[in-house]
Design a protein around this ligand. Structure first.
Ligand SMILES: C[S@@+](CC[C@H](N)C(=O)[O-])C[C@H]1O[C@@H](n2cnc3c(N)ncnc32)[C@H](O)[C@@H]1O
Length: 278
């Protein structure tokens, strides 16, 4: 049970995007589970302690507070333009002792310079990044990914699937952007990467995928199966249906239909068929 002072301290009363180390990176009520889902996904995809991980937009170490203790010293790298988030993540979630022991490295670059550490990575993570980026930022990120991925590296990311691509030039936050699966796959292909949709939960409906170099598709096989595409298509249809059902005209129509059905229902509970049915 969370006490009311803990509730305030954890930013639970603040909207996503507010200047609190938890709320800034998303709804603070799901801070714990979004961190755990990143960690468990990478473990399921084969992350082991000797691997190196680059966490793009690592924020306040929502995932980092689990990855850093798990990985061997010097194996976690984070990029985060907002210095204060990393500072708060260390002081309020990770602790200086673990920083001394595990020696994570951070960059505060804001141009997706993944090559800033001058090395390659076994795993790259972009959690809730492509749900805020412009196309140009995605291209810049993938151009840089090409420099830091070995033939066996996995680049794990998520995004909000939509029927339209975001066409703006700016990072959007709070709020988010959408891309179609076809576009996201094409962005990868333009940088020599194959996109493999994978099934993994996300409390805010983001869809996960892995970019791999051609020939390394089997690395994501365990989670990348055909039904994933169907599930993602279904999620998109459900979202669209909810939007349609929320439209005032549709709501009015549904209300009229229900009212008519109630009035037409006979006392024995049977709804008579429409008169044009032969
Ligand atoms: C929605 S938050 C997700 C943070 C983190 N991945 C997590 O799961 O907690 C997006 C993060 O991306 C960071 N960001 C914004 N522009 C960026 C850029 N150009 N490069 C890397 N990170 C960026 C933001 O400061 C923020 O911390």
């Amino acid at each position: 049970m969370i006490t009311s002072s803990e509730f305030d301290d954890l930013g639970r009363n603040l909207p996503a995007g507010a200047r609190h180390y938890r709320a800034f990176v998303g709804p603070s009520t799901t801070y714990d589970v979004v961190g755990a889902l990143q960690f468990s996904l990478l473990i399921a995809l084969g992350l082991r302690e000797h691997h190196t991980l680059l966490d793009i937009g690592c924020g306040s170490l929502r995932g980092g507070k689990l990855f850093i203790p798990y990985l061997l010293p010097g194996h976690y790298y984070g990029i985060e333009p907002e210095r204060w988030l990393v500072k708060e993540g260390i002081s309020r979630e990770l602790g200086q002792d673990l920083v001394r022991l595990k020696r994570p490295e951070f960059s505060h670059d804001s141009s997706f310079t993944l090559s800033t550490f001058g090395r390659q990575f076994d795993f790259i993570l972009a959690q809730s990044i492509f749900s805020h980026t412009s196309k140009a930022q995605i291209h810049r990120c993938l151009e840089e990914a090409d420099k830091v991925m070995s033939p066996s590296s996995l680049f794990i990311a998520n995004y909000a699937i939509g029927e339209q691509d975001y066409e703006g030039d700016d990072w959007v936050y709070p709020g988010g952007v959408t891309f179609t699966p076809t576009s996201m796959s094409r962005f990868g292909a333009e940088h020599g990467l194959t996109m493999m949709p994978i099934y993994w939960p996300h409390p805010h409906g983001l869809s996960w995928f892995v970019f791999v170099r051609p020939g390394n598709e089997s690395a994501a096989d365990a989670l990348a199966q055909q039904p994933v595409q169907l599930q993602q298509a279904l999620a998109m249809c459900q979202k669209r249906l909810a939007e349609i059902e929320g439209h005032p005209y549709v709501k009015l129509g549904m209300w009229i239909r229900q009212t008519l059905r109630r009035r037409l229902t006979r006392s024995d509970g049977v709804v008579p068929p429409p008169s044009n049915v032969g």
